[in-house]
Design a protein around this ligand. Structure first.
Ligand code: PLP
Length: 451
């Protein structure tokens, strides 16, 4: 739908001025930080938040946080899933604090590790688990193991995927050629040397790629969540499993975001059968933690391929990986916070959010779509749900998105900065959702109501 750019620019300026008036203390903190950090932020991507400067967080609990200017927010970003368990969940904080007081990093296991691994096995079906500090590192580790045991060089990923800062996964298709995605910083080698790319839901392309027998592993989200939400077609996962089995390719399912579908992600919900699984972000209860699991047979192949003498220098590891605090965090978060019983309410809240967005779109006859995946939902600037990553990417409109996010922020609602996604945690209430519904309607009205 046509968006009047002059009107959009005027609305943006209005919101920027409001933001500056509302956030003087955050502005002062940011100005103090600028000399010491690029763009005044500890990680450069934090510069992407809409507004004149980032909002500084004072404290957070459950689905809310308060900023340095004393403003309360409903947090629908939830640390881009890192806080899907809610902020500072009591059981996780207790377990983490207790372990911290008893020592945190030993290069030795604690009993929490085996408990965490057993919990993960019950959720995701695969038996043998290892721990990292991030989902990125879990993905990297599995890519290395896959190359090691198959003797093949390439990784297959989905066009417009995201799996963390994994070199191999920064590839997209351009007219059928594998190229580096826009913004890929300092790529070590041309991506077509390491990576094969196919569109999501494209079985013939997948089949052609896997039949070359060059691919060690497919690394895939069961539904795309990082370019908007793209749901799998009927039969996509069955074809993927069958082709991986037939070609001896390792199937890695990354459930880091799709854990929003339920306690065992889409694997448990939809009965998927990967060879390996990655999870991260929220499982630590707010502290760095990632995990990867393998079937018993894959784990046995990996183990048999490694000599004890070289096991610490092989490219899979990390000094603080598997540290006692992360293990306590995972054990408590999976065991007491993100429990199966927590998900139905989270999913109900996401349905209310989706309905609220749809109502505003209907009222002002705006041809955008909204897609829900469990406790997560997302709207995009196109009339129908995208079928693959390229379709989702084509609908992107950075200026429009920045306006909508700043508008929401100025009304006490934090959206994920990278796209139009909202996530619910166990503490999210219907009143929290209503705050977004009201603000979103107002934003849509500002853009499209007759004047
Ligand atoms: C599906 C998926 N996997 C892995 C990652 C990487 O997580 P982290 O940045 O915590 O390593 C992300 C991050 O957004 C993700 O969306």
């Amino acid at each position: 739908m046509y968006v009047d750019r002059v009107r959009l620019e005027a609305l943006w300026q209005q919101e920027l001025e409001l933001f500056e008036r509302l956030h003087p203390r955050s502005g002062a903190l940011w100005r103090d930080a600028v000399p010491h950090m690029p763009d005044g932020v500890p990680m450069l991507w934090m510069a992407k938040w809409p507004g004149a400067w980032p909002v500084y967080v004072e404290h957070a609990s459950g689905s809310h946080f308060t900023d340095a200017d004393g403003i309360d927010y409903v947090d629908l970003c939830l640390g881009d899933t890192g806080a899907m368990c809610g902020h500072a969940p009591e059981a996780s904080v207790r377990a983490i604090s207790e372990q911290l007081a008893k020592g945190s990093t030993f290069m030795l296991p604690t009993s929490d590790a085996a408990e965490a691994a057993a919990l993960l096995e019950r959720r995701f079906g695969v038996q043998s688990w290892q721990f990292t500090l991030s989902a990125t590192d879990a993905n990297r580790s599995l890519i290395r193991y896959s190359r090691q045991v198959t003797g093949r060089g390439k990784v297959l990923v989905i066009d417009h995927c995201y799996h963390g800062t994994v070199d191999e996964a920064y590839a997209v298709l351009d007219d059928g050629e594998v190229v580096s995605r826009r913004g890929n910083i300092g790529a070590p080698v041309p991506l077509d040397q390491t990576t094969v790319v196919v569109p999501f839901n494209d079985v013939p392309a997948l089949e052609r790629a896997l039949r070359t027998l060059e691919v060690a592993a497919v690394l895939i989200e069961p539904a795309m969540t990082n370019i908007g939400i793209v749901l799998p077609d009927d039969g996509w996962h069955e074809a993927l499993r069958a082709l991986c089995t037939e070609t001896g390719t390792i199937l890695i399912i990354d459930e880091t975001h799709t854990l929003c579908a339920g306690a065992g992600g889409m694997i448990l919900r939809d009965g998927l059968e990967p060879d390996a699984v990655v999870v991260g972000k929220a499982i630590g209860g707010g502290i760095p933690a990632g995990a990867f699991g393998m079937t018993a047979s894959l784990a046995a192949m990996v183990r048999a391929s490694l000599d004890l003498e070289d096991i610490d220098v092989g490219g899979v590891g990390g000094t603080l990986a598997g540290n006692a605090v992360s293990m306590a965090g995972i054990r408590a978060t999976l065991g007491e916070v993100l429990v199966p019983e927590a998900f139905p309410a989270m999913i109900d809240r996401a349905t209310e959010w989706t309905d609220g967005v749809q109502q505003a779109l209907d009222e002002f006859r705006v041809p955008w779509q909204v897609t829900q995946l469990g406790a997560r939902s997302e709207y995009s600037f196109r009339p129908t749900p995208p079928h693959d990553g390229a379709e989702a990417a084509d609908a992107d409109d950075f200026e429009l998105q920045q306006y909508l996010h700043l508008h929401a922020l100025n009304r006490g609602v934090l959206m994920t900065p990278f796209h139009n996604m909202a996530l619910m945690c166990p503490a999210t209430t219907s009143a929290d959702v209503d705050r977004h519904t009201l603000a979103f309607r107002e934003a849509v009205e500002s853009l499209f109501a007759e004047r």
